[in-house]
Write a protein that binds this ligand. Structure first.
Ligand code: ARG
Length: 257
């Protein structure tokens, strides 16, 4: 009898501990499972955010409508792709719906100096086969230096994964992340260059873009200041997200619009 009671107590204690150590962290993780640390957003609020898909409809990157028939994205998203194998989806919050417009791509321009994301120049422009009647987002210009002040709370958007190595989001997600100083980013990444990149993230991590968000917008002051490019893992403390810096590319991008 005493042995049965002892076993019962042991099993109650073990399951209580299990619920603290295993169940509780899982429940906490569910509180902020999105972009990484984001929440649902609507393309009616952010009409210029688009996603890139294969011909079978599978989403692989993000982008920004900067003219009725032009999308700015990351070079690493489209380098080596053919226009014929690429689609741009506009106005579809839920990837499993048929809302919005699916445009074909007629031309892919990749920055001529692009090699790999960590070397910079990670920007590309897609030409669509139609004009999309929607608001567009203006590009940051070389005069817009104030938009890049460290601490500015920039908006990130995307349909990418909700944790490093996790699965992609079904829905458009958004979050805000503070721009980091050049010295903070250089400390994290030796490849960081303030002439072609800008970093954003909280010192403690927790909120970030992640795989599949690449090419999508980093927005501050109503302008496109960056495009999602790279990072070590996602949302890790001490490793902010790295974005292509749009202002230095204003002229070369505008020449494609
Ligand atoms: N390279 C990723 C992509 O192709 C984006 C990674 C962003 N990483 C980050 N930690 N912010 O979608």
């Amino acid at each position: 009898m005493a042995k049965t009671l002892h076993r019962l107590i042991v099993s109650v204690v073990v399951s209580a501990l299990a619920s603290i150590f295993f169940i509780a962290p899982a429940a906490n993780a569910d509180v902020s499972p999105m972009i990484v640390g984001g929440t649902r957003a609507s393309t009616s609020t952010y009409p210029w955010v688009v996603y890139l898909a294969s011909t079978s409809g599978s989403q692989f990157c993000g982008g920004t409508l900067t003219k009725a028939n032009k999308v700015v994205t990351a070079a690493h998203c489209v380098k080596g792709r053919t226009p014929a194998s690429t689609r741009v989806v506009h106005g579809r919050d839920d990837k499993q719906s048929t809302a919005g417009t699916v445009a074909n791509v007629t031309k892919i321009w990749v920055h001529p100096s692009y090699t790999t994301a960590t070397a910079g120049y990670d920007v590309a422009v897609l030409t669509l086969d139609r004009n999309i009647s929607s608001a567009t987002l203006p590009l940051a210009t070389p005069q817009d230096t104030a938009l890049y002040t460290a601490g500015n709370s920039a908006l990130i958007l995307g349909w990418g994964t909700t944790s490093s190595g996790g699965s992609a989001s079904r829905y458009l997600l958004k979050a805000n992340v503070p721009l980091t100083s050049d010295s903070t980013c250089k400390t994290a990444y030796s490849q960081y260059s303030n002439t072609s990149m800008v970093c954003a993230g909280f010192p403690q991590g927790g909120v970030d873009t992640c795989q599949g968000d690449s090419g999508g917008p980093l927005v501050f002051g109503g302008k496109l200041i960056g495009d999602t490019s790279w990072g070590r893992g996602c949302a890790a403390a001490g490793y902010p997200g790295v974005y292509g810096r749009i202002a230095p590319y204003y002229s070369v991008i505008t020449a494609q619009l």
